[in-house]
Design a protein around this ligand. Structure first.
Ligand code: OMP
Length: 271
């Protein structure tokens, strides 16, 4: 999916919501545990109830690979079940020497047909470029993450006196372009989002951290929205674990709808 199509979807659905499929077997309602693939059954019901309000889905790969071959199978079935017009993100946070990155890219872009993958910038240009060689696919590079530990490296001053996240943005924005690269910017970082937006005015941001991590959607839109929205805001636990009984998916749908309605207001306020 290209940037124009993504913006069009956002306008059509009046939503920039990404639903995070961080499906933890210990949190799956007990009635689904009797099925042959509880993780897929859970995701299927969540997708059925949230697809109307979402423009992206982001399975976090850790939750699937932790289960071994069965987890990869659940992931593939989930990916196949997501409606084709919805953007998909493999939240895998990969990145390695060139030939290895090439195979990570093949794994998520060819073997599995994800639209995008999250990538760590730490190993530099040759670790990221192999992901950019796939047509119509996206790299989502970690820039300023939502966790406390992000201050350990991302906020410290580099030799030039700029914070490291700024160096990452300035350098990496030359490796790709706003049509094949997005940035992860945590919702918990408030006005820092505005600093990031100044450096990369055109790129989309994947913004995790609303919901369970407490980030403010209003702040994210205020500081981060650009003329083509430029935001995909993720919520995982806040949506998928809104309930834990037979009505879990219905409650997830209601949570997704609540966020979508807020997003609709923000889109008309800032666009
Ligand atoms: O790359 C990510 O998606 C990510 C980056 C980041 O800075 N913070 C962050 O929470 N995430 C992911 O976003 C999701 C957040 O989940 P919730 O806190 O449950 O909404 C998890 O899958 C995290 O791995």
């Amino acid at each position: 999916m290209n940037r124009i199509d993504l913006f069009k979807k956002i306008q059509d659905k009046k939503s920039f919501l990404c639903v995070g499929l961080d499906t933890d077997p210990s949190k799956i309602p007990s009635h689904l545990l009797k099925t042959t693939d509880p993780v897929f059954e859970f995701n299927k019901e969540i997708i059925d109830q949230t697809a109307e309000f979402a423009v992206a889905y982001k399975p976090n790969i850790a939750f699937y690979e932790a289960l071994g071959p069965k987890g990869w199978e659940s992931l593939q079935k989930t990916l196949d079940y997501i409606p084709k017009e919805i953007f998909t993100i493999a939240d895998a946070k990969r990145g390695d020497i060139g030939n290895t990155s090439g195979l990570y890219a093949k794994a998520f872009f060819e073997t599995m047909d994800f639209d995008s993958i999250t990538v760590a910038p730490y190993m530099g240009v040759d670790s990221v470029k192999p992901f950019l060689e796939f047509e119509n696919k996206w790299v989502i590079l970690l820039a300023l993450t939502s966790n406390e530990g992000s201050a350990d490296f991302q906020l410290i001053s580099s030799q030039s006196g700029k914070p490291l996240f700024q160096e990452v943005l300035e350098k990496s924005s030359k490796w790709g372009n706003p049509d094949n690269m997005m940035y992860v910017v945590g919702a918990t970082r408030g006005e820092k989002i505005a600093e990031v937006r100044k450096i990369v005015p055109e790129h989309f941001f994947l913004v995790p951290g609303v919901g369970a991590q407490g980030g403010s959607l209003e702040d994210v839109a205020h500081f981060g929205m650009n003329s083509h929205c430029g935001l995909l805001v993720n919520s995982s636990r806040g949506i998928i674990y809104a309930g834990n009984d037979k009505d879990f998916a219905k409650l997830a749908g209601l949570e997704a709808k609540k966020l979508q309605l807020e997003m609709e207001k923000l889109l008309s306020k800032y666009l």
